[in-house]
Design a protein around this ligand. Structure first.
Ligand SMILES: N[C@@H](CCC(=O)N[C@@H](CS)C(=O)NCC(=O)O)C(=O)O
Length: 228
């Protein structure tokens, strides 16, 4: 880490993966994966409500000013690797640990399409639902945004519901980082956005059952509150 980064987020364990995050759904993905993969790491809280993400020392770690980000001092070929974007970080961690993501080409691409589905659709659309339904309730009294994102969120939940009719986990037969990418977002609809009734979450029975399985894993308990 550079000198200003060191001052803002001092390292106690410079040999470990340095995690810059918060317990939002995107942040939880990475801390839950680190716990599940049992990779040693050191957490640093990036307070996005007070603008830490726009500090020059953070932009050098995460050029788009978002959490999560990591620095692995022992990256590929033994060289430090700095990464932003939760999907890329999850893939990197799974590859580094050699677990939680298929290695064979066919299964790998099948899993990859669902990882991209999460980062391209689930995260952005659920986030917009939360923005208009929960956070910006007072700022926008037009019904259109809530109607639009309720409809789209329910449509995406149905895609997951249909997928889980075919396989027990999103990427296939086994629990993987693809589940870890998805389930904090589904949880957030209920826990943070209080959208259970609005979205009729109880109608998505397989999704509910899969959520229970994901949340019963000990790594969820440990990982969900990191950087809080
Ligand atoms: N595509 C990014 C999204 C990350 C993201 O949106 N992070 C939010 C918190 S969940 C953030 O840092 N927001 C700060 C801001 O918008 O200023 C990822 O998957 O890592």
């Amino acid at each position: 880490m550079s000198e200003p980064q060191q001052q803002k987020w001092p390292m106690q364990h410079p040999d470990r993966i340095q995690l810059f995050s918060l317990p939002t759904p995107n942040g939880q993905k990475v801390s839950i994966a680190l716990e599940e993969l049992e990779l040693p790491y050191e957490p640093h809280r990036v307070d996005i409500s007070s603008g830490d993400q726009f500090l020059p020392e953070y932009i050098r770690i995460s050029p788009n000013s978002k959490i999560p980000a990591i620095i692995d001092p022992q990256g590929p070929e033994g060289k430090p690797l700095t990464l932003m974007e939760s999907g890329a970080i999850l893939l990197y961690l799974a590859d580094k640990a050699g677990r939680l993501f298929p290695r064979k080409a066919h299964e790998r691409f099948e899993a990859l399409q669902w990882l991209f589905f999460q980062v391209g659709h689930i995260g952005p659309m659920f986030g917009q639902f939360g923005h208009f339904f929960h956070y910006a309730k007072q700022q926008c009294d037009h019904p259109y945004p809530v109607e639009r994102y309720t409809k789209e969120t329910r449509r995406l939940l149905q895609v997951l519901e249909d997928r889980l009719a075919v396989v027990p986990y999103i990427a296939g037969p086994e629990y993987s980082i693809v589940d870890i990418a998805h389930f904090p977002w589904v949880d957030c609809l209920d826990v943070f956005y209080k959208g259970r009734d609005q979205l009729k979450l109880g109608e998505f029975k397989r999704v509910q059952d899969w959520m229970t399985r994901c949340k019963s894993r000990p790594a969820y308990e440990r990982g969900a509150k990191v950087c809080g």
